[in-house]
Design a protein around this ligand. Structure first.
Ligand SMILES: [Mn+2]
Length: 361
């Protein structure tokens, strides 16, 4: 397990590389050019700037999250080919600075969705929260109206000034089924994976967050069957999955340890975090500790360990604790605590294996 830590870049993150370097066992950053719009080729000078700054702290940049997919690719429009060509050029450039894994998602319109970024937990810390009834059965146009009329109702990336584009996109996705979206993903992968293979890079699709359809939009990375189908689209180690225990864990029916066991050789990147799902489907992100949420990270880490996992792992999100001011879900403290918890499990499994006493469970 190679531990990495997401960093949003100089002037774009409250956490510093100096701090990241001091978290035990962290070898590299998970990075992206956040100012390059989806679909555009990443400029080499900006990639090179990341290389230089990470090198100063002895942190590698082998994991990129994400190179975003243009909506025209997801929609299967004729203009997709140009965007796919740009994507290939970006892969080639990333290979020159040692990138090994590229995380991406294939979620229409919205990346992750929450209804509250700072919901208070019992201990006074705050965390990302989703109130399911707020988004359930909501007509997309009602959502657009809500964002426009209520300053407290926001969706990531959809500020009131971009709402025109949002209704346009909803219109474009009208009638696009899960089968269509799958076909468009397969089209993308068949072109991209050979280029990734050639450059020893593993593509790793991130599950949908939350792992079910929202606002009537199709979603195709929700569970074990979905992932199996995607991995079968192109049978190559370069066609992999970012197994996110938090995203998948928002549906308690998902057996994440079971997925680790089934897909082990196709998971270049593990997102390890906990989430507490309530009876009504609401969920809140919690500390990593098993028991604080409904995701059993002990079991999941054990499944990785059993399979000799040598891929990358990151603690994904954390709560906001100790009065830290930070990007929602991306503070230093709780993610660092999460890493130590993960190492605690991992190291004790290593020790048990070496002493030959078998399973710790
Ligand atoms: Mn994740």
């Amino acid at each position: 397990m190679k531990m990495v830590f997401r960093w949003y870049g100089e002037g774009n993150d409250t956490v510093t590389l100096k701090q990241i370097k001091q978290i035990p066992g962290v070898e590299g950053i998970v990075w992206a050019l956040h100012d390059v719009p989806a679909g555009e080729e990443w400029p080499m000078d900006k990639i090179e700037a990341y290389r230089q700054v990470s090198q100063r702290y002895g942190l590698h940049l082998e994991v990129v999250e994400s190179v975003n997919i243009h909506e025209d690719i997801k929609l299967g429009l004729p203009s997709r080919d140009g965007y796919i060509e740009n994507y290939k050029r970006t892969i080639e450039k990333l290979a020159t600075v040692g990138v090994k894994t590229i995380c991406y998602n294939f979620m229409p319109v919205f990346d992750w969705v929450r209804t509250d970024l700072y919901r208070e937990l019992e201990d006074g810390s705050t965390a990302l929260f989703l109130e399911k009834s707020k988004i359930d059965n909501m007509d997309p146009m009602e959502l657009v109206r809500k964002i426009a009329n209520n300053p407290d109702f926001t969706m990531p990336g959809w500020e009131p000034e971009r709402l025109g584009r949002l209704s346009e996109l909803f219109h474009a996705y009208k009638g696009v089924t899960e089968a269509d979206l799958r076909q468009n993903l397969a089209y993308f992968l068949k072109q991209i994976v050979p280029v990734a293979e050639l450059h020893d890079i593993k593509m790793a699709i991130h599950p949908d967050d939350p792992p079910y359809s929202i606002f009537g939009l199709p979603r195709i990375v929700k569970n074990r069957d979905d992932i199996r189908e995607i991995l079968d689209m192109v049978d190559s180690p370069s066609n992999g999955v970012t197994l996110c225990s938090g995203s998948l864990g928002a549906n308690p029916a998902n057996d994440i340890a079971g997925m680790v066991r089934e897909f082990a050789s196709r998971i270049p990147f593990a997102h390890l975090r906990n989430v507490r799902v309530y009876g009504n489907g609401d969920f809140i992100e919690t500390s990593h500790r098993a028991g604080d949420g409904t995701v059993d990270l002990c079991d999941i880490v054990q499944a990785y360990h059993e399979n000799g996992f040598t891929g990358y792992a990151r603690p994904d999100h954390g709560r906001h604790i100790w009065d830290e001011t930070c990007r929602p879900g991306y503070g230093l403290y709780d993610r660092a605590l999460g890493i130590m918890y993960l190492w605690g499990i991992w190291d004790s499994l290593e020790r048990t294996m070496q002493s030959g006493t078998g399973s710790v469970r």
